[in-house]
Design a protein around this ligand. Structure first.
Ligand SMILES: N[C@@H](CCC(=O)N[C@@H](CSS)C(=O)NCC(=O)O)C(=O)O
Length: 243
């Protein structure tokens, strides 16, 4: 398939340090948001409309623990939009995807690569034509996702990163799900050379991850159950509503 004009925006939600990515096809005007956050849905929907895009997918890299996904609330603006998450996330969504599925956003293709370890359903989305990957919370810039809840496993995460992310060409740009230090983008080469966790041998990585001692995310008790339903809840009369 020929390379379509690629529309790309990196959006930031400051309270939880979360990145949302807008990806669009300049030919068909179809678009997707990766990891929209419920509190920034109005901002994101406004941008999508300003750019005359038709939002067809709301992709979640995983069932987040720190914020509620915006995928349900986005449907108020884009009723035909479909939510997407890995079938291994144990979550509900309009489309459940698996390793190596390809998601077409108009002429822009995204390969789903299973990168479990932070959670079981973590997925990295790769736009090969544009030499970019969206790593969610598997790989962060000079860091990685924590592995101390939601089925996390340091052994699994280490191997996911090596097999599915570090196996990409070194010039591929990597866009994380979060950054807490003002950084925006990295590359496969940079992370292979400078990531202080991933340059360790696996056994040392596992030991380090065991001793991170991070406090639990502030909204974990609310966010995880909401995200397992992709931000949908049932009202007292059994109807479906958005958080
Ligand atoms: N302070 C934040 C949560 C920070 C945090 O735990 N981040 C997660 C990703 S969101 S579950 C993580 O994996 N961090 C890894 C690291 O090394 O920082 C909040 O309260 O929301």
């Amino acid at each position: 398939m020929s390379k379509a004009k690629f529309i790309f925006r990196q959006l930031f939600e400051a309270e939880t340090g979360t990145y949302t990515y807008l990806l669009g096809c300049g030919v068909t005007r179809k678009a997707a948001l990766i990891d929209p956050v419920i509190t920034t849905v109005e901002r994101d929907a406004k941008l999508v409309k300003e750019l005359s895009l038709d939002l067809i997918y709301g992709l979640n890299t995983h069932a987040h623990a720190d914020h509620i996904t915006g995928t349900c609330r986005l449907k108020k603006h884009f009723p035909a939009m479909q939510s997407i998450i890995s079938k291994h996330a144990g979550a509900k969504a309009d489309l459940l995807i698996k390793h190596q599925d390809v998601i077409n956003i108009g002429n822009v293709a995204l390969e789903a690569r299973a990168t479990p370890g932070h959670t079981n359903g973590c997925t990295t989305y790769v736009a090969h034509d544009y030499r970019r990957a969206f790593t969610g919370d598997a790989l962060l810039i000079r860091g990685c996702g924590r592995t101390d809840f939601q089925g996390g496993s340091a052994h699994t995460l280490y191997n996911s990163i090596y097999e599915q992310i570090f196996s990409l060409p070194e010039d591929y740009q990597l866009f994380p799900g979060h950054d807490y230090h003002g950084r925006t983008v990295t590359s496969v080469e940079e992370e292979k050379r400078f990531n202080p966790r991933l340059t360790l041998k696996e056994a040392d990585f596992i030991e380090l991850m065991k001793n991170l001692n991070l406090p639990p995310p502030k909204y974990i008790d609310k966010a995880v159950p909401a995200n397992l339903r992709c931000g949908v809840y049932e009202t007292d009369d059994g109807a479906q509503a958005c958080m």
